[in-house]
Design a protein around this ligand. Structure first.
Ligand code: NZQ
Ligand code: ZN
Length: 394
């Protein structure tokens, strides 16, 4: 078990009607002028946005609103938010939505006190020393941004999708009412579950051992979410299973499942190029790549893939050798993706095969022109990345 520091400072307020507490929570964290940041339509349509505004008004807290955040949130919206916050002297940012809205809120929060260009943080050209306080009312369990230290933004200029991690942007509080996820289309629910599982799996597949507690937490999250998703796809207003998935989404990405492990993250890096180029949902992009990545790297730690097959996927018929068991587990995972309506290839994801030029471009961008690697279980160079994209291009 590797040494680690565990830091998860976000106050979680979980349960039915928890959004009613939002005004009091903002006050608790000294917000006096709030930017209420949100996405396309869902929060407006459901009445959640109005409810949040009433909760702020009840506490006498002033606010301005900025909507229109799209999935794979754009830098141009971040610039608009920074300008608005400076003009209105905003001192607290409240994200009402999912990962895209929260990530946009975090980027604005870094940008307001910074004199330079906020994109510098994402390009690794600067490190943020200050950040406005951010909090969220979460509407989709998926990205885990409500408790993570990360923000992922797409710069339209060059279709660059980049992440930036810094503890300063961790949410002060996260309000989570599972009822607020009843309106999710099945496709978004499935994308979210795929992402939640992948945040756990990225940390699970490593060369580390002696992580009994961390493994048990990870496997429990994976099994729970894998079972609950079928219940909510059948019955979207099933509170118990919506709640399991929502809490699992936060636990999967607040570093709990990474205590003592190194983490791989290659599938995420490879996927960011897919969503940058084709503007697809992040979870669906992960499903389209994972099986190919897994087949490419599983021999690096066959035992671990076999453990996953048995403990998570319930494989009972692959015991000829650890290799057979490992492969049976990868197949079972792909069957699971199909069963929840996720793609298992690039072709299924974008409706056609990617061209050779597109694959070369993605491998180039993912490896910064061949100068960087990704992944820890197996270190992937530019050619490995291209190979995996080709394997997934069915
Ligand atoms: O825009 P609206 O109308 O709100 O619709 C959204 C959006 O179209 C809809 N939605 C959200 N809540 C809903 C709802 N529809 C009906 N009812 C509700 N209650 O769902 C769609 C997807 O929303 P989005 O916020 O994009 O989803 P998600 O939470 O999956 O976030 C994806 C983004 O997060 C990044 C991804 O790369 C992607 O850009 N990630 C962020 C991470 C982080 N900050 O730690 C880590 C992740 O690995 C990930 O990379
Ligand atoms: Zn993710």
């Amino acid at each position: 078990m590797k040494d680690f520091i565990y830091y998860a400072p976000t106050q979680v307020v979980f349960g039915a009607l928890s959004e009613d507490k939002t005004g009091k929570l903002v006050k608790q964290y000294s917000g006096t002028k709030v930017l209420v940041h949100y996405g396309g339509q869902s929060a407006e349509r459901s009445g959640l946005l109005d409810k949040i505004c009433r909760a702020l008004e009840a506490e006498g807290i002033a606010y301005v609103k900025l909507g229109g955040v799209v999935p794979n949130p754009r830098l141009s919206k971040v610039h608009e938010g920074i300008e608005l916050c400076r003009k209105e002297k905003v001192d607290f940012i409240l994200a009402v939505g999912g990962g895209s809205v929260i990530d946009s809120a975090k980027a604005i929060a870094f940008g307001v006190p910074y004199e330079g260009e906020v994109w510098d943080f994402y390009m690794g050209r600067a490190h943020a020393e200050a950040c406005l306080p951010v909090a969220t009312v979460l509407t989709i369990p998926a990205a885990g941004s409500e408790m993570s230290n990360s923000t992922v933004i797409t710069n339209e200029d060059g279709d660059l999708k980049k992440g930036y991690s810094n503890n300063l942007c961790r949410c002060k509080f996260a309000v989570m009412n599972p009822e607020r996820t009843y309106t999710l289309p099945n496709y978004q629910t499935a994308c979210g579950v795929t992402d939640i599982m992948m945040h756990t799996m990225e940390r699970y597949f490593s060369h580390d051992d002696d992580m009994t507690v961390t493994d048990a937490i990870a496997e429990s999250i994976l099994r729970t979410v894998k079972d609950s998703v079928f219940e909510v796809l059948k019955e979207p207003e099933n509170y118990v299973h919506r709640a399991q998935i929502m809490w699992a989404g936060s636990l999967a990405h607040n570093d709990l499942t990474g205590c003592g492990t190194t983490g791989d993250w290659a599938t995420h890096q490879l996927e960011h190029e897919l969503s940058a180029l084709f503007d697809v949902a992040h979870g669906a992009g992960l499903a389209a790549l994972w099986g190919s990545w897994a087949r490419y790297v599983y021999k690096e730690n066959v035992t671990r893939f076999a453990q996953f097959a048995v403990n998570v996927m319930g494989v009972t018929n692959g015991f000829k050798s650890p290799g057979h068991t490992a492969l049976a587990g990868i197949e079972a995972m792909e069957d699971f993706y199909r069963a929840i309506g996720m793609p298992v290839s690039i072709c299924e994801l974008i409706g056609r095969q990617a061209t050779d030029e597109e694959i070369k471009l993605m491998a180039d961008k993912c490896s910064s022109g061949g100068s960087t690697t990704t992944g820890k279980l197996k270190v992937l160079h530019r050619d490995d990345m291209e190979n995996i994209y080709h394997m997934a291009n069915r």
